[in-house]
Design a protein around this ligand. Structure first.
Ligand code: SAH
Ligand code: DHB
Ligand code: MG
Length: 220
């Protein structure tokens, strides 16, 4: 290593990994660019994380996936593309305008038949769904993370895989005053994941979205 050379930044590394390893397709790029054009917050998972979700769906052999928090359908597209023939993904989104853009992006990716976008508050939609889901991705309002985990168990089965985004939140776990809206919900969810019926871990991440992480769990 050359001494005193400026350190490459996390964001530059993330970009290089995305271009070299992940190689998103035009349907992924479209979902990101329409989100920007339509004024949505840029809070999709990173491409490296989208590809991770895709691989986890494939590795777990999931046929039925539940997503809570759709936004423009970016993570939805990655996961739906991992489903086998006959598989299905249900994604829950509170804001009708987000759901509409997600539907457009899913249609452009040729996934409209494999995905159902449910509009409404997730806690109101969840009781109308029928399990068992094989894989659940939780990425909506962090205050409800614990409720969503309980629903994942209710709508899951022993062996259901769960991913919870935003599990580290710049370290706010140790200092909830950093974000009194979201940190308590994240902490409560992690405490839940430390006990039965969950078998879980958390992976910390850095990159284009700063310091964060995701929880990965199995229902025992
Ligand atoms: N999973 C997406 C990003 C989701 S952002 C991706 O990685 O591409 C979080 C989304 O959750 C937003 O679109 C927000 O409107 C939605 N949301 C927030 N509260 C919600 C609730 N109570 N029920 C359903 N969706 C909710
Ligand atoms: C926010 C939400 C997310 O799901 C995320 O991954 C990053 C940021 C937010 O609400 O700020
Ligand atoms: Mg998130």
């Amino acid at each position: 290593m050359v001494e005193h050379a400026p350190k490459p930044s996390w964001i530059d590394v993330e970009k290089w990994l995305t271009e070299t390893v992940v190689k998103p397709g035009p349907e992924h790029e479209r979902a990101l660019s329409t989100a920007v054009e339509r004024g949505m917050p840029p809070i999709e998972v990173q491409p490296t994380a989208g590809k991770l979700l895709h691989l986890l769906v494939r590795m777990s052999g999931a046929r039925r996936v539940l997503e809570i928090g759709t936004l423009a359908g970016y993570s939805t597209i990655w996961m739906a593309q991992a489903l086998p023939e006959g598989g299905h993904l249900d994604t829950l989104e509170y804001l009708p305008e987000h759901a509409e853009i997600a539907r457009e992006n899913l249609a452009a990716a040729g996934l409209e038949e494999r995905v159902t976008v449910h509009v409404g508050s997730a806690l109101e939609t969840l009781p109308s769904l029928e399990g068992p889901y094989d894989f659940v991705f939780i990425d909506a309002d962090k205050q409800n993370d614990s409720n969503y985990l309980q629903w994942a168990v209710r709508l899951g089965r022993p062996g259901t895989a769960i991913v919870v985004d935003n599990a580290v939140w710049e370290g706010a776990l140790l200092d909830p005053s950093m974000d009194e809206t979201n940190a308590p919900g994240i902490i409560a969810a992690l405490e839940l994941l430390g006990r039965p019926p969950f078998d879980a871990t958390v992976v910390q991440t850095v990159g284009g979205k700063g310091w964060d992480g995701f929880a990965l769990a199995l229902v025992k």
